[in-house]
Design a protein around this ligand. Sequence first.
Ligand code: PGA
Length: 256
Amino acid sequence: MRQLIAANWKMNKAGKEAIQFIDEFKKLIKNIKYAEIVICPSFTALNEIKKSIINSKIKLGAQNMHFENSGAFTGEASPLMLKDVGCEYVILGHSERREFFTEDDELINKKVIAALNNGLCPILCVGENLEQRKNNKTKEVVEQQLRICLKNIDKKQMTKINIAYEPVWAISRGDPNHKAATPEDAEEGHKLIRNFLEKMFDSATAKNTRVIYGGSMKPENAKELLSMPNIDGGLVGNASLDAKSFAEIVKSAKLN
Ligand code: PGA
């Protein structure tokens, strides 16, 4: 499978800046073969970016969505709206949504189902925080997140889902010097996820589901992380804000 390299711009880059990025980035990735590339900008930049990526290798994703198709939900965007603007992907259950906007696994499960029902591919984020890791709770926490977030999902639907293992302690929160997980630690998390998918579904599903890594991935460590057997791509925050550094990461992708 092709590795998935997705940019999570978080609350950064307004329209003009976003378009400048795309113009520069498109030139840098002309000969890319192995990566599937997704950019997830803010809601307000989606429309402009969609226009600027026509005839390119870049796909569009959103960073969040509501689970209802329409209704009285002030401030929210629905799956239908994301489809309408040209999104193919949507990040769901990011740790910043869980922490700052109190999203829990049950809510995230509704969003995963709504995304699938509307033809959007979820990038479902799971991962333990530092305290949970220190208390040896990683396995328990990640398995619980998967169990609930993927409730009532069948094997066929799993072919549309990407899992992002994002250990919360490795996420940069904008600090370029923040330390990523070591490739070995990341691989261990990915293996744990794959083993659990095998238990929850079957071995083919576990093998064919893309499990991507997020948390301070940057040009300096991307190659090593992406060469681990169970790492099928990256969800990149801070280092995706610069066209050159994101292109470097994309170039580190390979066929898994
Ligand atoms: P980071 O963010 O690359 O800046 O650590 C990743 C993420 O939060 O998805």
